[in-house]
Design a protein around this ligand. Sequence first.
Ligand code: SF4
Ligand code: ZN
Length: 315
Amino acid sequence: MKCSKCQAEAIYFAKYNGLYLCRQHFNEMIEKRVKGEIRKQIDLKKPTVRISVAISGGKDSSVTLYLLHKILSGRRNVKLTAFTVDEGINGYRPAGLESASKLAKMLGVEHHVIAFQESFGMTLDSIVSADQSKIPCSYCGPLRRKLINEMAEKQNADYVALGLNLDDYSQSILMNVAKGDYERFMRMSPQTEIKDGLVRRIAPLRSILEKEVVLYAVANGIPFDSSWCPYYSRAQRNIFRDVINRLSEYNPSTKFSMLKFFDKARSQKGGNDVKELHRCKVCGAPTENDICSACLAIENLSHEAPIIKNKARIH
Ligand code: SF4
Ligand code: ZN
């Protein structure tokens, strides 16, 4: 099939707008959309803009770093750094780490690693083996979020970029709606306001479909690790993924419509009226509650598995 914009061979068919696209026009479409997100999410007029990219080595965060570098590296006021959170997942994280460091080196971006083991005195693998009944992601998510914020603060970042694609994003919208969690719905990245102690999270790929991210990475020779986390099948998010993918079979624009709905809801008067953040009583991290979700996860674990209790070093 030929590209709808030129005579070259198409590499992609965008069901949601009926366009066949060759490599060049596919790249142009993705980059244009990401530039639009960058303009919306980052204040580039500031004299210095420091962006830390949380890169796991997977396709999404690798494409995020690659595109932020491609689009912004010509600007003198923008400083990009990257870091990887090593959760301690055997057979998965080491390959991601290698890929992340390879890409950072290729682009000349400073890259650091922060590990669960150093920060909490335990790996995700040891947590999971201590508490088989819990969904691994329910520990991994809050602990990782805590380290992402800590590392971004350490790198003096104004923004921390996450590799969320449109599939992830629409799942998060629906998950928050289904749980009735208005606060979290309103607080989803990108954060529009500076909250004390919380580095603003941005999501430059939030309007790019997951399959488009994969194709962009492959078409542009971006190194990424394609292995899956061994705990992935136990993630609650999978139910929401299935539901949204079913809906997309009937209407290929579903994910885009959900994003539009979210943006509209948040831009309404009062849309940003969410609870003020205060400090976690245990670790001092910014939180909506008395105790942050990372400390709650560790506290919960120490009830389930007393052996680990003394090992948890929270700082
Ligand atoms: Fe962590 Fe779950 Fe993601 Fe695995 S799938 S890295 S356990 S959040
Ligand atoms: Zn805490």
